[in-house]
Design a protein around this ligand. Sequence first.
Ligand code: ZN
Length: 262
Amino acid sequence: MEQCEQQKLSLFPEATFDQLIALKNISERLTVRSSSRLVRGWNISINRVTGRRTLTIPMFLINAPVPVKMALIAWALLPIDKKRSRSKEEQQRRRHIEEYIYSHLSERGLLKPSISRIDREKLSHKTAGNKFDLKEIYTRINASYFDNKIKAYLRWGTPGSTTSYQTVRRSKDGSCWNLITIADIYNHPRIPLFAIESVMFHEMLHIAIPPYRKNGKNVIHGKEFKAAEKLFPHFEQWRAWENNDLKLILKEMRRRKKNLFF
Ligand SMILES: [Zn+2]
């Protein structure tokens, strides 16, 4: 297995940060470096004289897939200013990029609980979507398949987001809580009930069957997870629908709004 992976890498090398930066012609403006002291987030520093930026990322992001690298580069180039003076559009773009990176980290179990400033009380009033209310879907799935044992807060992803994910958040007092983010694409009026139920079931299952470590790797969608997921009555239908109908909706969304960063 390991050998196969290495071979694959040398045949189709993933572009490095330096290569991507050169490709975008921004070598003068941005340098990316990694730090073993960073375990969670990433940060930006700027040379006030030259205006040159340095993005510092944790070691494990050095070999991130190209779209994640592109997202980090886009994030590093965002205007540096006071939080309060940011326009709504700017804030949204920043959130969209951060959410994309977080969803990548979360799917790989690389996200350690960070102190969250999210107001949970506010979240619980914003679950209603264009067609479905997340709270209703969640409550029904919880009763039917999880014996009402799952405890999670819910929210819709940022406009244009396509990845759903589940994370563990930590409050100031140290207590942990689950947050399920359902991608904005699932808020489209043409989304069928079985699809939103399936994606909700998938994210709730991550709470019921948490990731574990095996041979130094995080197992997220392990054997138990996959077996349990197949027990959901709409699983096959959902997978087929994702490959056909969802792709059409995505195309439509992208045509209408070009707010993607790569
Ligand atoms: Zn998953």
